[in-house]
Design a protein around this ligand. Structure first.
Ligand code: NAD
Length: 293
């Protein structure tokens, strides 16, 4: 049970958590804070939060849990703003998509020995953003990865774990570096490829014909290029090393496919495609057996 939960950034992610916790009566009060009074008023009107303030220091007064759910690029400034007013025994957590950068920012603002921060990342989302897109069951049966640090207080970690369990999420732990490398491969690279494919086609002289005749495959492959550009810009900038690493792997692999086509090596092409198809089919079967959310 949480007495006062403060959510910075009551959009899709923060709003969906608030809705799930309210449905379970897990918080006495949920206060929202961001820069936009109209968005926050909408969040109150939709029953997502109880009240809001535009003043970060006012927001964190008497809080027992503070969640940062703003774009990655806004986290550092927010930490500096709340520092003077943050209660000593508060639990500070976040929902950011990359973990190394927020961990470094918290260390810079609060010092290396700060024990009250529990880094987190719900692996759930939609292409829509904003509080209007928030739904109470967004996290149901989805993974939430916590990346505690050696100094993270065990009781604070247990509280954040318990909060996410209330939403129906499957909570797991992972080291920060591993999180950022895994997510670069499974989420950041696919989003970049979708953005890059659409961008490539836009720059072709025959782009209108291409888009007119694009079929289901194009629609499926590019679905995630409709995601929020601010969020994805910030993810790319804050997970630079890991993303550059997987881009390099992908470029090498695509180059190999180009060579097979150039050399008309149908046998090699078929064998690589067959291997990829098998791996993808196995993955889908695994999902459908309910082993992965
Ligand atoms: P969103 O756009 O729906 O909500 C972001 C909220 O932050 C909005 O309420 C906005 O008003 C507020 N905000 C924006 N800039 C701000 C600033 N400078 N200061 C204060 N408030 C500001 O975005 P979202 O999808 O809810 O994403 C929020 C966080 O969750 C991001 O860090 C993102 O990386 C992470 N995340 C997103 C997804 C996803 O699929 N959408 C999944 C997991 C984690």
């Amino acid at each position: 049970m949480i007495k006062k939960l403060v959510i910075f950034g009551v959009g899709l992610i923060g709003g969906s958590l608030a809705l799930a916790l309210r449905q379970a009566n897990y918080c006495q009060t949920i206060v929202g804070c961001s820069r936009n009074a109209a968005h926050l008023q909408t969040a109150v009107d939709l029953g997502v939060i109880d009240s809001f303030t535009l003043d970060p220091q006012e927001a964190v007064k008497d809080a027992d849990m503070v969640l940062l759910a703003v774009p990655m690029g806004a986290m550092g400034k927010l930490l500096q703003q709340i520092k003077p007013a943050l209660p000593a025994d508060v639990i500070l957590t976040d929902a950011g998509s990359t973990k190394g950068s927020i961990v470094a920012e918290v260390e810079q603002v609060f010092g290396a020995g700060y024990t009250r921060f529990v880094p987190g990342h719900p692996i759930a989302g939609r292409e829509k953003s904003g509080v209007e897109a928030a739904i109470p069951d967004l996290y149901h049966n989805r993974r939430v990865i916590l990346t505690p640090l050696p100094q993270t207080d065990a009781a604070a970690l247990a509280s954040v774990d318990a909060m996410w369990q209330v939403t129906g999420a499957l909570v797991e732990q992972m080291p920060v570096d591993l999180h950022d490398r895994v997510l670069a491969a499974t989420s950041h690279l696919p989003h970049l490829l979708a953005f890059s494919l659409v961008d490539t086609l836009l720059n072709m002289p025959q782009r209108e014909d291409i888009l007119r005749y694009a079929a289901g495959g194009f629609r499926d492959f590019t679905r995630i290029a409709s995601s929020d550009p601010v969020m994805w810009r910030d993810i790319c900038l804050t997970n630079k090393e890991a993303i550059l690493g997987v881009i390099g792997d992908f470029q090498k692999n695509l180059g190999e496919f180009a060579t097979m086509i150039d050399e008309q090596d149908g046998e090699a092409l078929h064998s690589r495609m067959e291997k990829a198809k098998q791996a993808r089919d196995n993955y889908i079967a695994y999902l459908e057996n309910g082993k992965v959310a």
